[in-house]
Ligand binder design. Structure first.
Ligand SMILES: [Cu+2]
Length: 104
């Protein structure tokens, strides 16, 4: 039974077992998650499923801004989170787009 469950999970999420990367989708000018917890060294892949351009900025606990530049529709941007702490992620173009990333 356990083996069957594991097999079904792998079939549904074929990449989940291979990488620690987490995906956040942007659609209707919102992030699909308000908050997220990852481990230090993990990366978050931000997918732009909108038909408008976004601009991801990650504010580190030290106050550094990682500006990823313009992100065209359909483009994925991978943001690594190296150090533990509380990060604020936002879109420089759409002020309502915000989320928290906790790095353990
Ligand atoms: Cu945006």
């Amino acid at each position: 039974m356990r083996k069957l469950l594991l097999t079904s999970c792998l079939a549904l999420f074929p990449f989940a077992a291979l990488a620690a990367d987490v995906t956040v989708t942007q659609s209707h000018a919102t992030f699909d998650q308000d908050s997220l917890t990852v481990k230090a060294g993990d990366a978050v892949v931000f997918k732009n499923s909108d038909d408008v351009t976004h601009n991801i900025q990650a504010l580190s606990p030290d106050g550094d801004v990682d500006d990823r530049g313009l992100q065209k529709p359909g483009q994925d941007i991978k943001v690594p989170f190296a150090k533990p702490g509380q990060y604020k992620v936002k879109c420089a173009i759409h002020p309502k787009m915000k989320m928290d990333v906790t790095v353990n």
